[in-house]
Ligand binder design. Structure first.
Ligand code: 5GP
Ligand code: MG
Length: 177
């Protein structure tokens, strides 16, 4: 059941604008930047960010996609293994500072798999991570460089990140399973 609304459309938009500024500040502009969205909702987030960076800097940064799915070989949480299904990166990552984009950061296993996939393609100058929501419960030494909202959750809660592009509206909600 629905427990709380965490971010409305305006708050999500402001968070993405702030993250765009933080990325530009930390990287001293948009030169050599590339954005890689993680399927499903990291992809529209990467597109939104590229558009915001274009508005702010007049530079169109390249974007790419990674499709990583959690594979369950049994019902226990511990054995969830992320598998890489598809990669669409049509630029040379060796010259890029890559910012990975995802909707929610949880155990860190998806990002670990994403780092593996990128490493197979080359050696980026650096890899940073931006997420809309960090819900805690990390199981690996992975953290986000840019966070829309830090939201401590219990393991029985889930965060619904809805985006206009995929869900018809922009809203972040907290649900109890
Ligand atoms: P992790 O691999 O860090 O355990 O989980 C992160 C991945 O699973 C992300 O790609 C994210 O989309 C999805 N995920 C994990 N927990 C949640 C959640 O509470 N809400 C949503 N929307 N996605 C989640
Ligand atoms: Mg996901």
């Amino acid at each position: 059941h629905h427990k709380a609304q965490i971010l409305d459309a305006h708050e999500m938009k402001r968070a993405m604008t702030r993250i765009a500024h933080e990325i530009l500040e930390r990287n001293k502009g948009a030169a050599d930047l590339a954005l890689v969205g993680i399927h499903t909702r990291g992809i529209p987030l990467a597109e939104q960010l590229a558009q915001k960076i274009a508005e702010l800097e007049g530079i169109q940064v390249p974007t790419g996609k990674l499709d990583i799915t959690l594979y369950r070989d049994d019902l226990s949480e511990i054995s969830r293994q992320p598998i890489i299904r598809r990669t669409e990166i049509n630029f040379d990552i060796g010259t890029k500072k890559i910012v990975l984009l995802d909707d929610v950061l949880f155990t860190g296993r998806t990002i670990r798999a994403a780092l593996d996939a990128l490493t197979d393609l080359g050696r980026p100058k650096s890899i940073q991570l931006a997420v809309m929501v960090d819900r805690g419960h990390r199981e690996l030494p992975i953290r986000a460089d840019y966070v829309g909202k830090n939201l401590p959750t219990s393991k029985t809660e889930v965060v619904k990140v809805k985006l206009a592009e995929t869900d018809g509206e922009d809203v972040v909600e907290l649900w109890e399973l």
